[in-house]
Design a protein around this ligand. Structure first.
Ligand code: PMP
Length: 318
């Protein structure tokens, strides 16, 4: 990334790494192409040595991209190995030496003048990178409100994939929460059970057991949630149960946190003005933040298979 610039030098677009300012599309291309778009959110973390980035669970993210594209009937013209190589190449070309968000976006190309239900449109694929600092272990906390908006359900939209249109639901809930003075929202599903946050899954701790809404509760098939279930069991030795969760359980929990690529592990200290536990970061959440940070930054060798290392050159001495 050029020093002082808010954008990377390069993006990867339709098979090529290209200069950022050459990557434009005509305004008439917007509209249906964005309604039909699917995307991924991936993070790369800087290792302690300062010359190695670790992409977290790249393969799993690309497999989810493939599933999302399949569902919205967009054809993926690249192998996952090709996209994986394009991603690591992009991080190097952009000379990235900080925690970074990587966003592949697949959309229907050439939709101008086409009807919205047209199938068999060519897919375009874009990969962008942007800085995103980790907030693990910074002491950040959130207050939450149970949203008056319900989470989209399987009979309306597919919540388990990363469909761009799904995020209107997230946006409405997030905006409502913030306007009401909370940091984030918790959405219930159509059955009134706890689902997830606008852009993150949710776990609660009650009497030494971790409970998280199951995939059938209308959640995204979260890659972080999946990893944290393993970490909670294997590293912290705790019991984790995936099941339907009632709203009352949120108010009575000892600890609650949201989790996701952007959320990482974010402690929730109050819900609808009920203090969660003591109203501060609880011991399990605290321990989990440390364990997860060690995994993301390459300190914990047990989970090397979750990391794609990318060597990034150290800046030349001046
Ligand atoms: N739910 C929603 C709606 C999300 O947008 C995200 C972020 N991708 C998550 C959950 C967490 O998923 P992941 O751990 O794969 O980032």
């Amino acid at each position: 990334m050029t020093s002082g610039s808010m954008h990377p030098d390069f993006v990867w677009w339709n098979g090529e790494r290209r200069p950022w300012d050459e990557c434009t599309i005509h305004v008439t291309e917007l509209g249906w192409s964005t309604v039909g778009a699917v995307f991924e959110g991936i993070r790369a973390y800087m290792g302690d040595s300062g010359d190695e980035l670790h992409i977290f669970r790249l393969q799993e993210h690309l497999e989810r991209l493939e599933r999302s594209m399949r569902l919205v009937r967009l054809r993926l013209d690249y192998s996952l190995d090709q996209i994986s190589a394009a991603t690591t190449d992009l991080l190097r070309a952009n000379e990235i030496r900080e925690d970074t968000y990587i966003r592949p976006l697949a959309y229907a190309a050439d939709t101008s003048g086409k009807r919205f239900a047209q199938i068999g449109l060519d897919a375009a694929l874009l990969i962008n990178t942007s800085p995103m600092a980790s907030h693990l272990k910074t002491g950040i906390t959130q207050t939450a409100k149970v949203s008056s908006w319900r989470r989209i359900s399987e009979d309306v939209m597919p919540p388990r994939v990363k469909n761009l249109s799904n995020y209107r639901n997230s946006q409405l809930a997030g905006m409502e929460a913030r306007l009401d003075g909370y940091d984030t929202a918790i959405l219930l599903n159509q059955q009134g059970k706890v689902s997830e946050g606008p852009g993150a899954c949710l776990m609660l701790i009650s009497r030494n057991q971790i409970v998280t809404p199951d995939i059938g509760s209308g959640i995204l098939e979260s890659i972080t949630r999946d990893a944290l279930i393993v970490v909670l069991r294997e590293v912290l030795g705790l019991e984790v149960v995936e099941r339907e969760v009632d709203r009352t359980e949120l108010y009575l929990a000892d600890e609650v946190f949201t989790c996701g690529t952007a959320a990482e592990v974010t402690p929730v200290v109050s819900i609808d003005k009920y203090d969660v536990g003591a109203g501060t970061i609880g011991p399990v959440t605290h321990a989990l933040e440390t364990a997860f940070d060690d995994i993301l930054r390459g300190r914990d060798a047990r989970y090397a298979h979750w990391r794609t290392p990318v060597q990034v050159a150290t800046p030349a001495a001046v």
